[in-house]
Design a protein around this ligand. Sequence first.
Ligand SMILES: [Zn+2]
Length: 437
Amino acid sequence: MDEKYVCSSCVGDKFLKGHIRKYGEKKQCSYCERNIKTISIETLADLVHEVISEEYKPYDSAFYDEDEMYSVDELISELVRPIGRTNIAEDVKCTLESNIIEEWDGENGPVNLYDDNISYVNNDADDKYVFELWRKFTRIIQQKSRFFADENIKILDSVFRDIKRYKTNTHKNIIVSAGPGEEIEILYRARIAHNEDEAKNMQRNADKELAAPPSKYARAGRMNASGIPVFYAARNCETALAEVRPPVGSLVVVGEFRIIRKIHLLDITKFSELHDTDSKFDRSEPAKKRRIIVRFLKKMYRTISMPVLPSDEERSYIPTQFIAEYLANNKGMNIDGVIFKSSQIKDAPDNKNVVLFHSSSKVAENTEDKPKYIGRVRLQDRFDVRKDCLKFVKSNVHRITCIHVFSRMEFISIFDESSDDAIRQLSVLLRDNGRSV
Ligand SMILES: [Zn+2]
């Protein structure tokens, strides 16, 4: 076969295009016939071989689904992404078949690594690595030491170091602003009341009763260790209601709070959409590391949004508590809280939880019915934006009327008892968590 050459316009992979422009020699492209920078098909075949031998493996069992399998041609096309109707993939395959003498022991004896009869699957080496890393991470804090887990801090340092630069597949940021004028300005927080008097008291003193509990009452949760108060809230009333797991017949007070200063939230729900389709041809250490970090974050996302049975909470929450504490204390990241998926309610754009870390969890004292003057001296406005992060707006009481097993919770909302639409029947779709009723 005559030596063939390929130019950057004839391949779709971005990294490969850049590589040809940077290292190519001016020659006539064998496919589009233009005289520009090219590399030989031999060189391209070497690059393809490197990727395939590191990231894929030949297969000959029925263990894999068809859509996970590639023929040699398909795999080369998938990697190189030839532009237009060319036989670049075919030429690369022929070159590989004649240049690579390695063989693979298949069911029917040894065959050339690039023989037509071989299929390839991803070897998932990175996934295995990430799985091991996550297991190590959780084992250290669950079984060894929660307080001297230096190794885990190193893992999180490398995972979160560049998080501000990460984007989702649709170019969205992972860290979002919240507060005045931002998309996230209002949060909802719910509390179960044991009787009507208690509900009324909660409504009257909502700035205290519906705020984060004082330290001595702060129970451990998904994002906080016991004794560290944080403000658990939701983006909407329904999610807040579902999150307190109210029994049938109970009253739930839901408070609406306004975020009164600009804060920054790490949106963990976006980890699942993190952009990780970097070119496989980029074999540099930073690119490999980045691919692993993205996989680690996706693993973290799946763990954080997993429902946990109340009896397993104490142990299962340790890894997320550790991560939350790390984020809350990492001054460089400057993060006030985290947005995470509700494990109680069906997915919908606004069905999300928000937790504000301790330093950003303070609700401004309600000064409306308190004296503003002593004699002629105006009392200092108690609204202190340096400390306060939230301001109570209003509250509603809801009575849980029915919970259908595995599906729906219905509740009657008592808004304003004097108006006609005082009572509204509402319902909320819960996730199929096997909840008890
Ligand atoms: Zn070309």
